[in-house]
Design a protein around this ligand. Sequence first.
Ligand SMILES: NC(=O)c1ccc[n+]([C@@H]2O[C@H](COP(=O)([O-])OP(=O)(O)OC[C@H]3O[C@@H](n4cnc5c(N)ncnc54)[C@H](O)[C@@H]3O)[C@@H](O)[C@H]2O)c1
Ligand SMILES: CC(C)[C@H](C(=O)O)[C@@H](O)C(=O)O
Ligand SMILES: [Mg+2]
Length: 353
Amino acid sequence: MNYKIAVIPGDGIGPEIVGASTKVLDKIGEKFNHTFNYTEVLAGGVAIDATGSPLPQETVDICKASDAVILGALGGPKWDNLPGDKRPEAGLLGIRKALGLYANLRPAILYEELKAACPLKPEIAGEGLDIMVVRELTGDVYFGEKGRDGDEAAWDIMKYTRPEVLRIARKAFEIAMKRNKKVTNVDKANVLEVSRFWRSCVLEVAKDFPEVELNHLYVDNAAMQLVINPKQFDVIVTGNLFGDILSDEASMITGSIGMLPSASLSDGKFGMYEPIHGSAPDIAGQDKANPIATIISVAMMLRFSLDLIKEADCIEAAVKKTLAQGYRTGDIYSEGMKLVGTVEMGQKIIENL
Ligand SMILES: NC(=O)c1ccc[n+]([C@@H]2O[C@H](COP(=O)([O-])OP(=O)(O)OC[C@H]3O[C@@H](n4cnc5c(N)ncnc54)[C@H](O)[C@@H]3O)[C@@H](O)[C@H]2O)c1
Ligand SMILES: CC(C)[C@H](C(=O)O)[C@@H](O)C(=O)O
Ligand SMILES: [Mg+2]
Protein backbone atom coordinates (compact mmCIF):
# COMPACT_ATOMS: atom_id res chain seq x y z
CA MET A 1 0.00 0.00 0.00
CA ASN A 2 0.94 3.64 -0.50
CA TYR A 3 0.49 6.13 2.31
CA LYS A 4 0.70 9.92 2.28
CA ILE A 5 2.45 11.24 5.35
CA ALA A 6 2.88 14.95 6.10
CA VAL A 7 6.05 15.59 8.09
CA ILE A 8 6.62 18.66 10.27
CA PRO A 9 10.19 18.46 11.62
CA GLY A 10 9.95 21.88 13.29
CA ASP A 11 12.60 23.41 15.51
CA GLY A 12 15.50 22.48 17.80
CA ILE A 13 15.86 18.69 18.01
CA GLY A 14 12.75 18.29 15.81
CA PRO A 15 14.62 17.49 12.56
CA GLU A 16 16.95 15.03 14.36
CA ILE A 17 14.21 12.96 16.03
CA VAL A 18 11.91 13.08 13.00
CA GLY A 19 14.83 12.04 10.76
CA ALA A 20 15.46 8.99 12.95
CA SER A 21 11.80 8.01 12.93
CA THR A 22 11.19 8.31 9.17
CA LYS A 23 14.24 6.08 8.63
CA VAL A 24 12.59 3.50 10.90
CA LEU A 25 9.39 3.89 8.91
CA ASP A 26 11.23 3.42 5.61
CA LYS A 27 12.65 0.14 6.88
CA ILE A 28 9.16 -0.95 7.93
CA GLY A 29 8.02 -0.09 4.39
CA GLU A 30 10.75 -2.29 2.90
CA LYS A 31 10.06 -5.15 5.27
CA PHE A 32 6.27 -5.17 4.92
CA ASN A 33 5.97 -3.89 1.37
CA HIS A 34 4.46 -0.45 1.93
CA THR A 35 5.45 2.91 0.50
CA PHE A 36 5.38 5.95 2.73
CA ASN A 37 5.40 9.14 0.67
CA TYR A 38 6.52 12.06 2.80
CA THR A 39 5.71 15.69 2.20
CA GLU A 40 7.81 17.87 4.46
CA VAL A 41 6.04 21.06 5.54
CA LEU A 42 6.88 24.07 7.68
CA ALA A 43 5.46 25.06 11.04
CA GLY A 44 6.83 26.81 14.11
CA GLY A 45 10.01 28.89 14.24
CA VAL A 46 11.39 27.68 10.91
CA ALA A 47 8.08 28.66 9.28
CA ILE A 48 8.24 32.12 10.86
CA ASP A 49 11.76 32.56 9.46
CA ALA A 50 10.78 31.36 5.98
CA THR A 51 7.28 32.81 5.59
CA GLY A 52 6.53 35.14 8.50
CA SER A 53 3.80 32.85 9.81
CA PRO A 54 4.09 29.99 12.35
CA LEU A 55 1.49 28.03 10.40
CA PRO A 56 1.36 28.67 6.65
CA GLN A 57 -1.95 27.71 5.02
CA GLU A 58 -0.07 25.32 2.72
CA THR A 59 0.95 23.27 5.77
CA VAL A 60 -2.66 22.90 6.91
CA ASP A 61 -3.77 21.96 3.37
CA ILE A 62 -1.06 19.32 2.93
CA CYS A 63 -1.76 17.83 6.38
CA LYS A 64 -5.48 17.63 5.57
CA ALA A 65 -4.72 15.84 2.31
CA SER A 66 -2.52 13.23 4.07
CA ASP A 67 -3.29 9.95 5.83
CA ALA A 68 -1.42 11.11 8.95
CA VAL A 69 1.04 13.70 10.22
CA ILE A 70 4.35 13.27 12.05
CA LEU A 71 5.46 16.29 14.09
CA GLY A 72 8.80 16.84 15.85
CA ALA A 73 8.67 19.92 18.08
CA LEU A 74 8.07 23.64 17.68
CA GLY A 75 9.51 26.59 19.52
CA GLY A 76 12.77 27.93 20.87
CA PRO A 77 14.46 30.93 22.48
CA LYS A 78 14.94 32.71 19.14
CA TRP A 79 11.19 33.32 18.91
CA ASP A 80 10.38 33.75 22.62
CA ASN A 81 9.81 37.49 22.47
CA LEU A 82 7.20 37.46 19.72
CA PRO A 83 3.58 38.24 20.62
CA GLY A 84 1.51 35.17 21.57
CA ASP A 85 -0.26 34.72 18.25
CA LYS A 86 2.99 35.00 16.28
CA ARG A 87 5.00 32.49 18.33
CA PRO A 88 5.94 29.02 17.05
CA GLU A 89 3.66 27.46 19.70
CA ALA A 90 0.71 29.25 18.08
CA GLY A 91 1.48 27.14 15.01
CA LEU A 92 1.17 23.97 17.08
CA LEU A 93 -2.13 25.01 18.65
CA GLY A 94 -3.32 26.16 15.23
CA ILE A 95 -2.60 22.86 13.51
CA ARG A 96 -4.27 20.86 16.32
CA LYS A 97 -7.35 23.06 16.03
CA ALA A 98 -7.41 23.13 12.23
CA LEU A 99 -7.25 19.33 12.07
CA GLY A 100 -9.83 18.86 14.84
CA LEU A 101 -7.40 16.81 16.97
CA TYR A 102 -9.29 16.95 20.24
CA ALA A 103 -8.02 13.73 21.85
CA ASN A 104 -4.38 13.50 22.85
CA LEU A 105 -3.36 10.01 23.98
CA ARG A 106 -0.15 9.99 25.99
CA PRO A 107 0.82 6.49 27.13
CA ALA A 108 3.33 6.36 29.99
CA ILE A 109 4.83 2.89 30.09
CA LEU A 110 7.82 1.97 32.22
CA TYR A 111 9.84 -0.57 30.25
CA GLU A 112 11.37 -3.32 32.36
CA GLU A 113 14.74 -2.43 30.76
CA LEU A 114 14.51 1.20 31.97
CA LYS A 115 13.82 0.56 35.62
CA ALA A 116 17.21 2.06 36.51
CA ALA A 117 16.30 5.34 34.76
CA CYS A 118 13.04 5.73 36.73
CA PRO A 119 13.58 8.19 39.59
CA LEU A 120 11.01 6.46 41.82
CA LYS A 121 11.96 3.72 44.28
CA PRO A 122 11.46 0.28 42.67
CA GLU A 123 8.79 -0.66 45.21
CA ILE A 124 6.77 2.42 44.19
CA ALA A 125 7.19 2.15 40.40
CA GLY A 126 6.65 -1.61 40.64
CA GLU A 127 6.18 -3.96 37.70
CA GLY A 128 4.38 -3.18 34.49
CA LEU A 129 3.53 0.47 35.10
CA ASP A 130 1.23 1.48 32.23
CA ILE A 131 -0.84 4.67 32.38
CA MET A 132 -2.80 6.23 29.50
CA VAL A 133 -3.25 9.97 29.88
CA VAL A 134 -6.19 11.12 27.74
CA ARG A 135 -5.73 14.87 27.43
CA GLU A 136 -8.35 17.12 25.83
CA LEU A 137 -6.43 19.08 23.19
CA THR A 138 -8.53 21.77 21.51
CA GLY A 139 -10.30 23.52 24.36
CA ASP A 140 -9.65 24.92 27.85
CA VAL A 141 -7.61 27.96 28.77
CA TYR A 142 -5.47 27.33 25.66
CA PHE A 143 -8.28 28.39 23.33
CA GLY A 144 -10.47 30.61 25.54
CA GLU A 145 -10.78 34.35 25.16
CA LYS A 146 -7.53 36.15 25.95
CA GLY A 147 -6.86 39.72 26.78
CA ARG A 148 -4.45 42.21 28.16
CA ASP A 149 -4.96 45.59 29.72
CA GLY A 150 -1.55 47.13 29.14
CA ASP A 151 0.67 46.79 32.21
CA GLU A 152 -2.36 46.37 34.51
CA ALA A 153 -3.84 42.93 33.86
CA ALA A 154 -4.07 39.92 31.55
CA TRP A 155 -6.44 36.99 31.26
CA ASP A 156 -7.00 33.65 29.52
CA ILE A 157 -10.49 32.29 29.97
CA MET A 158 -10.81 28.64 30.98
CA LYS A 159 -13.90 27.35 29.22
CA TYR A 160 -15.35 24.00 28.17
CA THR A 161 -18.54 23.31 26.28
CA ARG A 162 -20.73 20.25 26.78
CA PRO A 163 -19.92 18.57 23.41
CA GLU A 164 -16.19 19.08 24.03
CA VAL A 165 -16.28 17.30 27.38
CA LEU A 166 -18.69 14.56 26.31
CA ARG A 167 -16.53 13.49 23.36
CA ILE A 168 -13.23 13.37 25.26
CA ALA A 169 -14.87 11.54 28.17
CA ARG A 170 -16.36 9.00 25.74
CA LYS A 171 -12.93 8.49 24.18
CA ALA A 172 -11.42 7.85 27.61
CA PHE A 173 -14.09 5.32 28.59
CA GLU A 174 -13.78 3.52 25.24
CA ILE A 175 -10.03 3.26 25.75
CA ALA A 176 -10.52 2.02 29.32
CA MET A 177 -12.85 -0.73 28.06
CA LYS A 178 -9.90 -2.14 26.09
CA ARG A 179 -7.56 -1.85 29.08
CA ASN A 180 -8.14 -2.37 32.81
CA LYS A 181 -11.54 -0.65 32.90
CA LYS A 182 -10.59 2.12 35.26
CA VAL A 183 -10.89 5.86 34.59
CA THR A 184 -9.56 8.56 36.88
CA ASN A 185 -11.03 11.94 36.11
CA VAL A 186 -8.68 14.77 37.08
CA ASP A 187 -10.06 18.26 37.61
CA LYS A 188 -10.19 21.09 40.13
CA ALA A 189 -13.89 20.84 40.95
CA ASN A 190 -13.35 22.09 44.50
CA VAL A 191 -12.55 25.53 43.10
CA LEU A 192 -13.39 25.92 39.41
CA GLU A 193 -16.86 26.16 37.93
CA VAL A 194 -15.48 24.84 34.65
CA SER A 195 -14.28 21.72 36.51
CA ARG A 196 -17.66 21.17 38.22
CA PHE A 197 -19.23 21.34 34.78
CA TRP A 198 -16.54 19.04 33.32
CA ARG A 199 -17.14 16.50 36.10
CA SER A 200 -20.91 16.49 35.57
CA CYS A 201 -20.35 15.72 31.87
CA VAL A 202 -17.91 12.91 32.71
CA LEU A 203 -20.51 11.43 35.10
CA GLU A 204 -23.09 11.57 32.34
CA VAL A 205 -20.89 9.59 29.94
CA ALA A 206 -19.97 7.13 32.70
CA LYS A 207 -23.59 5.90 32.75
CA ASP A 208 -22.98 4.30 29.34
CA PHE A 209 -19.99 2.37 30.69
CA PRO A 210 -21.20 0.54 33.80
CA GLU A 211 -18.26 -1.88 33.68
CA VAL A 212 -15.73 0.93 34.05
CA GLU A 213 -14.74 2.00 37.54
CA LEU A 214 -14.63 5.80 37.72
CA ASN A 215 -12.96 7.88 40.38
CA HIS A 216 -12.15 11.58 40.66
CA LEU A 217 -9.04 13.38 41.86
CA TYR A 218 -8.28 17.05 42.20
CA VAL A 219 -5.31 17.91 40.03
CA ASP A 220 -3.03 18.86 42.93
CA ASN A 221 -3.66 15.49 44.57
CA ALA A 222 -3.25 13.72 41.21
CA ALA A 223 0.20 15.29 40.78
CA MET A 224 1.17 13.92 44.16
CA GLN A 225 -0.42 10.47 43.60
CA LEU A 226 1.57 10.05 40.38
CA VAL A 227 4.81 9.96 42.33
CA ILE A 228 3.60 8.19 45.47
CA ASN A 229 1.33 5.53 43.97
CA PRO A 230 1.39 5.56 40.15
CA LYS A 231 0.19 1.96 39.95
CA GLN A 232 -3.34 3.04 40.94
CA PHE A 233 -3.85 4.59 37.48
CA ASP A 234 -5.13 2.99 34.31
CA VAL A 235 -6.71 5.77 32.19
CA ILE A 236 -6.50 9.40 33.31
CA VAL A 237 -8.91 11.79 31.59
CA THR A 238 -8.32 15.49 32.00
CA GLY A 239 -8.43 18.92 30.39
CA ASN A 240 -5.83 20.51 28.15
CA LEU A 241 -3.79 22.39 30.76
CA PHE A 242 -3.83 19.77 33.52
CA GLY A 243 -3.06 17.08 30.92
CA ASP A 244 -0.07 19.03 29.64
CA ILE A 245 1.42 19.22 33.10
CA LEU A 246 0.56 15.73 34.31
CA SER A 247 1.87 14.06 31.15
CA ASP A 248 5.32 15.63 31.59
CA GLU A 249 5.25 14.36 35.17
CA ALA A 250 4.13 10.89 34.06
CA SER A 251 6.90 10.84 31.44
CA MET A 252 9.60 11.07 34.09
CA ILE A 253 8.25 7.94 35.73
CA THR A 254 9.08 6.13 32.49
CA GLY A 255 12.68 7.30 32.79
CA SER A 256 12.66 10.41 30.60
CA ILE A 257 10.50 12.85 28.72
CA GLY A 258 12.39 11.52 25.68
CA MET A 259 10.41 8.26 26.00
CA LEU A 260 6.81 9.49 25.87
CA PRO A 261 4.98 9.36 22.52
CA SER A 262 1.57 10.74 21.71
CA ALA A 263 -1.29 10.47 19.26
CA SER A 264 -3.52 13.48 18.62
CA LEU A 265 -6.75 12.19 17.17
CA SER A 266 -9.99 13.41 15.67
CA ASP A 267 -13.08 11.22 15.25
CA GLY A 268 -11.99 9.25 12.21
CA LYS A 269 -8.70 7.51 11.51
CA PHE A 270 -6.70 10.66 10.88
CA GLY A 271 -4.17 11.75 13.46
CA MET A 272 -1.01 13.69 14.19
CA TYR A 273 1.79 11.89 15.99
CA GLU A 274 4.18 13.83 18.17
CA PRO A 275 6.48 13.19 21.11
CA ILE A 276 5.25 15.01 24.23
CA HIS A 277 8.54 16.82 24.73
CA GLY A 278 9.64 20.09 23.21
CA SER A 279 12.44 21.25 20.95
CA ALA A 280 15.07 20.86 23.71
CA PRO A 281 17.17 23.87 22.64
CA ASP A 282 19.83 22.93 25.22
CA ILE A 283 20.80 19.79 23.26
CA ALA A 284 19.67 20.68 19.72
CA GLY A 285 22.06 19.89 16.88
CA GLN A 286 24.33 17.79 19.13
CA ASP A 287 23.12 14.28 18.31
CA LYS A 288 22.06 13.88 21.95
CA ALA A 289 18.26 13.75 21.73
CA ASN A 290 16.43 10.52 22.49
CA PRO A 291 14.45 9.64 19.34
CA ILE A 292 12.40 6.90 21.03
CA ALA A 293 9.36 9.07 21.89
CA THR A 294 9.06 10.01 18.20
CA ILE A 295 9.75 6.48 16.96
CA ILE A 296 7.00 5.08 19.23
CA SER A 297 4.73 7.91 18.08
CA VAL A 298 5.24 6.55 14.56
CA ALA A 299 4.24 3.09 15.85
CA MET A 300 1.06 4.70 17.22
CA MET A 301 0.45 6.19 13.76
CA LEU A 302 0.72 2.76 12.15
CA ARG A 303 -1.69 1.33 14.73
CA PHE A 304 -4.33 4.08 14.91
CA SER A 305 -4.33 5.82 11.52
CA LEU A 306 -3.10 3.15 9.09
CA ASP A 307 -4.34 -0.08 10.74
CA LEU A 308 -0.86 -1.60 10.37
CA ILE A 309 -0.81 -3.51 13.63
CA LYS A 310 1.97 -6.02 12.88
CA GLU A 311 4.16 -3.18 11.72
CA ALA A 312 3.48 -1.17 14.90
CA ASP A 313 4.24 -4.22 17.05
CA CYS A 314 7.49 -4.68 15.12
CA ILE A 315 8.68 -1.14 15.96
CA GLU A 316 7.77 -1.47 19.63
CA ALA A 317 9.54 -4.84 19.88
CA ALA A 318 12.65 -3.38 18.20
CA VAL A 319 12.72 -0.50 20.70
CA LYS A 320 12.49 -2.95 23.61
CA LYS A 321 15.21 -5.14 22.13
CA THR A 322 17.50 -2.15 21.63
CA LEU A 323 17.00 -1.13 25.25
CA ALA A 324 17.57 -4.73 26.37
CA GLN A 325 20.89 -4.68 24.47
CA GLY A 326 21.91 -1.78 26.71
CA TYR A 327 21.86 1.13 24.22
CA ARG A 328 20.97 4.42 25.92
CA THR A 329 20.87 8.09 24.97
CA GLY A 330 22.11 10.44 27.71
CA ASP A 331 18.68 11.11 29.21
CA ILE A 332 18.10 7.42 30.06
CA TYR A 333 21.72 6.46 30.64
CA SER A 334 22.71 4.51 33.73
CA GLU A 335 26.03 2.96 34.70
CA GLY A 336 27.16 -0.03 32.68
CA MET A 337 24.99 0.87 29.66
CA LYS A 338 26.22 1.85 26.18
CA LEU A 339 25.87 5.59 25.56
CA VAL A 340 24.75 6.39 22.00
CA GLY A 341 23.56 9.46 20.11
CA THR A 342 20.31 10.09 18.25
CA VAL A 343 21.54 8.66 14.96
CA GLU A 344 23.06 5.50 16.44
CA MET A 345 19.98 4.83 18.59
CA GLY A 346 17.89 5.05 15.41
CA GLN A 347 20.26 2.70 13.56
CA LYS A 348 20.21 0.11 16.36
CA ILE A 349 16.41 0.15 16.36
CA ILE A 350 16.41 -0.33 12.58
CA GLU A 351 18.79 -3.29 12.92
CA ASN A 352 16.39 -4.82 15.44
CA LEU A 353 13.23 -4.44 13.34
N1 LIG B 1 5.10 19.58 21.06
C1 LIG B 1 5.92 20.62 20.99
O1 LIG B 1 6.23 21.07 19.90
C2 LIG B 1 6.48 21.19 22.24
C3 LIG B 1 6.29 20.58 23.48
C4 LIG B 1 6.85 21.16 24.62
C5 LIG B 1 7.60 22.31 24.52
N2 LIG B 1 7.76 22.90 23.29
C6 LIG B 1 8.61 24.08 23.10
O2 LIG B 1 9.98 23.63 23.14
C7 LIG B 1 10.81 24.68 23.67
C8 LIG B 1 11.62 24.17 24.85
O3 LIG B 1 10.73 23.86 25.93
P1 LIG B 1 11.17 23.24 27.32
O4 LIG B 1 12.63 23.43 27.49
O5 LIG B 1 10.26 23.74 28.34
O6 LIG B 1 10.83 21.67 27.18
P2 LIG B 1 11.59 20.52 26.41
O7 LIG B 1 10.70 19.32 26.47
O8 LIG B 1 12.01 20.96 25.06
O9 LIG B 1 12.90 20.23 27.27
C9 LIG B 1 12.87 19.98 28.67
C10 LIG B 1 14.11 19.19 29.06
O10 LIG B 1 13.98 17.86 28.57
C11 LIG B 1 15.05 17.53 27.72
N3 LIG B 1 14.53 16.75 26.59
C12 LIG B 1 13.37 16.99 25.91
N4 LIG B 1 13.24 16.10 24.92
C13 LIG B 1 14.29 15.28 24.98
C14 LIG B 1 14.72 14.16 24.21
N5 LIG B 1 14.02 13.69 23.18
N6 LIG B 1 15.88 13.54 24.56
C15 LIG B 1 16.59 13.99 25.59
N7 LIG B 1 16.25 15.03 26.36
C16 LIG B 1 15.12 15.69 26.05
C17 LIG B 1 15.65 18.87 27.26
O11 LIG B 1 17.00 18.72 26.91
C18 LIG B 1 15.40 19.74 28.47
O12 LIG B 1 16.45 19.58 29.41
C19 LIG B 1 9.85 25.82 24.04
O13 LIG B 1 9.85 26.74 22.98
C20 LIG B 1 8.50 25.14 24.17
O14 LIG B 1 7.42 25.98 23.94
C21 LIG B 1 7.23 22.35 22.16
C1 LIG C 1 4.35 23.77 23.16
C2 LIG C 1 3.01 23.70 23.81
C3 LIG C 1 2.02 24.53 23.04
C4 LIG C 1 2.49 22.25 23.97
C5 LIG C 1 1.21 22.24 24.80
O1 LIG C 1 1.14 22.91 25.84
O2 LIG C 1 0.27 21.56 24.39
C6 LIG C 1 3.46 21.26 24.59
O3 LIG C 1 3.80 21.59 25.89
C7 LIG C 1 2.87 19.86 24.54
O4 LIG C 1 2.77 19.23 25.58
O5 LIG C 1 2.55 19.38 23.43
MG1 LIG D 1 3.72 19.96 27.22
